[in-house]
Design a protein around this ligand. Structure first.
Ligand code: AVI
Length: 320
């Protein structure tokens, strides 16, 4: 994904451009229509997909320490907040520790879902934080974006969980981390989840689950094209491929043609030989020092890291 895509193109336009490019590729942001988001939610519950439960357990186990690191009177800004599930443990811990969270500003492209999530969060926290200002912002945070003015004392901290920074190539990740730093400003920080480099067999299993949910998530790109981009993909003529590239320290996902075929998208014809692929996602993995060095390139100062005993996942606290 590229954090500075100048204008919001339609899926049809980007699909035609991606299938016309060499090598053929698509941005992973197109995974997340309603069907794709539901499939991603299922991925997060899979036995093989360790990141979600590992990060959730880390946040819960270290919540008080993390709250202390986030410090007093901070408004939490969460790009790509989705259902705003993980932030609750932070807000509760901040309140418990006397750190007085100043507000919550979730950003997401899916407006209806975001407003419902903000309402649910207010209701859920009504016991502990009944007056917490929650300011949902419907926006694509990969596009140029002006945040609302900071609340009274102006301190902000970012929250970017889930390992999503790995879906950007390193140069793109630096640009996105710089953008977050511009939003947060001096005196703030960023709490960010990062998937760690590990045994490739474990990574391979996480992206090739036996239930086939990740395959369905990948193939939903073609189902979505048929729904939205006047395309005629035959889903049975494609298969999901996911593998670890040690050279790039990343999982790559592709959709691979099972046979020679021609596909039409928005009036354009694309020919594929058997075995031809379209690159649909990168999921970059980092060592702890490797990610700290990347964050430093974006001007962040690495302060703390929490990880699990199996060294699967890391949660970093960076200061601006
Ligand atoms: C959203 N992101 C961190 C997921 C990942 O692991 O890179 C997306 C995903 N792709 C396949 N499975 C999950």
């Amino acid at each position: 994904m590229h954090p500075e895509t100048p204008a919001a193109a339609s899926y049809a336009d980007e699909l035609v451009a991606g299938l016309s490019a060499t090598p053929r590729r698509l941005s992973p942001k197109w995974f997340y229509d309603e069907a794709g988001s539901a499939l991603f939610d299922r991925i997060c519950t899979l036995e093989a997909y360790y990141p979600t439960r590992t990060e959730t357990a880390l946040l819960a186990r270290h919540a008080d320490e993390i709250a202390a690191a986030l410090g007093p009177d901070a408004e939490i800004v969460e790009p790509g907040a989705g259902s705003a599930t993980k932030v609750r443990v932070l807000l509760r811990a901040m309140q418990r520790g006397g750190w007085r969270p100043a507000g919550y500003l979730p950003i997401d492209i899916s407006g209806a879902h975001l407003l419902a999530a903000a309402d649910a969060l207010r209701a859920d926290l009504a016991d502990a934080l009944p007056t917490l200002p929650v300011r949902p912002l419907t926006a694509d945070f990969l596009q140029p974006l002006q945040l609302p003015a900071p609340l009274a004392d102006g301190r902000r901290v970012g929250f970017y969980p889930g390992g999503s920074i790995g879906n950007f190539e390193p140069g793109e990740a630096v640009a996105l981390l710089q953008r977050f730093r511009d939003w947060i400003g001096p005196g703030g920080g960023l709490l960010i989840g990062v998937d760690r480099i590990k045994d490739p067999a474990r990574l391979h299993a996480a992206y090739n689950d036996p239930e086939g949910v990740t395959a369905a998530f990948n193939l939903n790109l073609w189902a979505r094209a048929n729904r939205e981009a006047d395309a005629d993909f035959d889903l049975s003529a494609w298969h999901h491929a996911a593998f670890y590239s040690p050279a790039h320290q990343r999982i790559e996902m592709h959709l691979v043609s099972r046979r020679a075929q021609t596909v039409h998208v928005a009036g354009h014809a694309f020919t594929f030989a058997e075995g031809d692929g379209v690159h649909t996602e990168n999921s970059c993995k980092y060592t702890v020092p490797g990610f700290q060095a990347l964050a430093a390139r974006a001007g962040w100062q690495p302060e703390r890291v929490w990880s699990d005993p199996d060294e699967l996942f890391s949660v970093h606290w960076l200061t601006a």
